[in-house]
Each structure stands twice: as C-alpha cells, then as structure tokens.
Design a protein around this ligand. Structure first.
Ligand code: ZN
Ligand code: ZN
Length: 266
C-alpha cells in the first residue's frame, strides 16, 4: 500500500521554514509519495500582523516556486494551496485570496484565539498560565466551528492544536468536538491528520483518537499532512497516521485539484 498524499508543507516565504519546494518534492519522490501539496501560511490583510507568514505581494513568487517544483518533478502531482488563518471578520479577505491564484485547496487553520494570541507560538507560552485551559480550548473550538461553517475551506488543519504544549483541560471536551464535527460534516470539509503533533510536547498526532473516532462516525473525510517546515519532515510518521485512521474505521482519504475533491483508498 502506498502512503497517502502529503497535503501540508511550507516554504521559506513564511520565514520559519527551510528548503525550497523543489527540495521537498525531491524528498517526496525519495520516500515514494504519489502526491504532495504546498500549503504555506497565508498573508494577512496587514503584512505587519505577525512575522510568520508571507506578505500579500509574495503570492506570485510563492506560486512560481511551486511551479518550478512541478516542472522539475513532472511525474509527481504537486498541488498549490494555502494554510489560511481563520479569524472571525476575515471572510472577505479570504474570499479575495481565493481569486489570486489557481489554488487546488485551502486548509483553514485556527492559530489565533484573539487578535493577539497565537496559541501555538512558543514565544507566548506564558499566556497559557494566565488562563483556564478549558476556556482556551472552548474559544479555539468555537472559532474552528465557525471556520468549518464558513465553507471557505476544503480542509480544517490540525484540529486540536491547543494540545501542542501538553496543556490540557481536565473537563471533557467531547461536546466541543461534536459541535465542530457536525459543522464540518454539514459543510462538507475534511479534517487533516497532522503528524507534526508527534514532534511537539504533546507527542500525539493532531487530532486525538477520540476526536477522530467521532469524525469517522460523522463521515467527515480526512487528509494527511506532515506540516513539514523542512524537506526531511515530508511524509514523516505517515505509517502511524494511516494506522490510526484505519484503527478508527477510515478506509478512504481525499485529495484536491482545482478545489474539486477526489476519494482515494488508504
Ligand atoms: Zn508554520
Ligand atoms: Zn498551522
């Protein structure tokens, strides 16, 4: 059985990844991946919003870098996508972004639970100590539910990101998961199995087995992503991710071309 497509990879344009798209593609060919997609961090309406994404005037440069990888490895389907930050009120901006390139898909991710706190930013880990963990998780899943309902995204990224640093609420989060997954099922967006969690303090794929079981029951489609910020991370831990998906009952994954979904067996 071949490994699934890696639909979540970054480029140096986001200022915290290394290696050009051609290098990621070369690694993908080396390990036998049959499809990949670049989904670098989207620009914000203001370029000075933070310092971990491309600027709005770099979208053409981004597309050109991905095109060079496509031309260098014509045997490997390479998709052009974005990991778009979802913040309430950004919907029009995201719709405008969607017209800027011939995108294959958008991953909608929540990193910000307020305009100033990106909960996965190691530089802001002290913010966690000022708040109740369950409140943060609730804010996060409220935003994730809005993202799923927005129909702006094909995939929702790393959908239990607040566990990154291993700070977890003692309360049962199942109702938060249920509400989000009902929205995803209704609007038809997929969720990703993101193996970057295995490389963080939480030491666990995003999302948890519990969340993934609920997703499978609601027939929410899945994709796979390494969230690679370096070529060596491409396709990392995909064997474990496939095993997890199968163990909760998934037999299929989805891929995207020109924002059209295609089902593939796993
Ligand atoms: Zn990143
Ligand atoms: Zn992300």
């Amino acid at each position: 059985m071949s490994l699934p497509a890696d639909l979540h990879m970054h480029t140096p344009l986001c200022r915290h990844a290394v290696g050009e798209p051609v290098d990621y593609a070369r690694r993908a060919v080396e390990i036998g991946l049959q499809e990949i997609g670049f989904s670098d961090h989207s620009p914000m309406p203001r370029d000075d919003f933070d310092d971990w994404r491309m600027r709005a005037d770099q979208l053409d440069e981004y597309a050109a870098k991905v095109r060079l990888a496509q031309e260098t490895f014509p045997q490997l389907p390479i998709r052009l996508a974005l990991e778009v930050d979802y913040l309430p009120g950004h919907e029009d901006w995201i719709r405008r972004l969607a017209t800027r390139q011939p995108w294959d898909y958008f991953i909608g991710s929540v990193h910000y639970v307020s305009d100033s706190w990106d909960i996965d930013n190691p530089a802001k880990i002290s913010e966690w100590k000022k708040r109740d963990a369950f409140e943060v998780w609730k804010n996060y899943f409220d935003r994730l539910t809005l993202a799923a309902e927005s129909t702006l995204f094909d995939i929702i990224g790393h959908c239990d990101l607040p566990k990154k640093f291993g700070i977890r609420p003692t309360q049962d989060c199942t109702p938060l998961y249920e509400k989000f997954l009902a929205a995803a099922a209704k609007s038809g967006c997929a969720i990703e199995l993101n193996t970057a969690g295995l490389r963080k303090d939480c030491r666990e794929i995003y999302p948890s087995r519990n969340l993934l079981e609920l997703a499978c029951r609601k027939q929410v489609p899945i994709t796979f992503g390494s969230d690679a910020h370096a070529p060596k991370e491409v396709g990392m831990n995909f064997t474990e991710a496939v095993a997890l998906a199968r163990s909760v009952g998934y037999t299929e994954t989805v891929r995207f071309e020109q924002r059209q979904r295609r089902v593939v067996g796993i």
